[in-house]
Design a protein around this ligand. Structure first.
Ligand code: SAM
Length: 255
């Protein structure tokens, strides 16, 4: 890792985060309705009303998380133990920084968290951020140079802005997942893990096949914090095999 001057004291969110792992336990019963549209479009009014009534949004605000997405990673970590002490972690699509907050807290001061995004991210002590389009041809090499060594976990929460056209959105998110997988194969330590956002139906067959060749187990998960109406899910490829699968019947880890 090139220089660790950015590793500084961080906020003690561990206990709070752990308590929050199960997600907000008592959903609010009072539903807030917008009184006026005030020039908002129907969809932005709907979004605002949903935000106002979302217990995860309220809990994220209370605990100081930058996004409700933080709870998705907390849940995935509780189940799959992804964020190990002193681990080196790459956070693809890190803005505004909810996952990075959780990761920094759980890897501790001996760990490393490097995040990239199309957008600037306000600093988080203990994390390093770079503005980067991961679809740029040179982006994976640039990120590898920043890392300077192998990685324990690649997390990708990257999602392109929705076009509203399902098939197009699916292609876009699968392209991001594919590039996250290719990058993982280049940088993961043996035994390392990948978690990547996909859309309902999970990773596509070709992608799954490659994951099964290169990882001991492949799971799909839909954390409770992921909105039920959203097509989003996560694929977890666990236990990277540096030399690939050597034959037999790869265990996809699915029940
Ligand atoms: C759902 S948000 C991530 C939320 C984040 N995990 C958190 O907890 O705050 C998805 C992010 O992916 C980023 N993204 C989409 N396409 C990208 C690309 N090609 N390269 C880098 N980031 C990308 C978006 O800019 C957006 O900030």
């Amino acid at each position: 890792m090139a220089g660790k001057t950015w590793l500084m004291a961080k906020r003690p969110i561990r206990r709070k985060a752990r308590r929050a792992a199960a997600g907000p336990s008592a959903p609010r019963t009072l539903h807030t309705r917008l009184k006026t549209a005030r020039g908002r479009t129907v969809s932005s009014s709907r979004w605002l009303e949903r935000q106002l009534n979302d217990p995860y949004v309220a809990e994220a605000r209370r605990l100081g998380f930058r996004s409700r997405s933080a709870f998705k990673l907390i849940e995935l970590d509780e189940q799959y133990h992804l964020l190990k002490k002193n681990a080196v972690i790459v956070d693809l699509g890190a803005a505004p920084g909810g996952w990075a907050q959780v990761a920094v807290d759980r890897v501790g001061s001996g760990g490393t968290v490097v995040g990239i995004d199309l957008q600037e991210i306000d600093p988080i002590p203990g994390a390093r951020f770079e503005v980067m389009d991961f679809l740029d041809a040179d982006a994976p090499d640039r990120l590898r140079a920043i890392l300077g060594g192998p990685v324990d976990l690649v997390m990708s929460d990257m999602a392109a802005a929705s076009t509203g056209h399902k098939a197009t959105d699916h292609i876009k998110i699968m392209a991001l997942c594919e590039i996250a997988l290719e990058f993982s194969i280049q940088v993961l330590k043996p035994g390392g893990n990948l978690v990547a956002k996909v859309l309902k139906g999970g990773a596509e067959n070709d992608l799954l096949q490659l994951m099964r060749q290169r990882f001991v187990k492949v799971h799909h998960a839909k954390p409770k914090a992921s909105r039920r109406e959203s097509a989003e899910a996560y694929v977890l490829a666990l236990g990277f095999r540096k030399d690939g699968f050597k034959g037999g019947d790869p265990d996809d880890g699915e029940p």
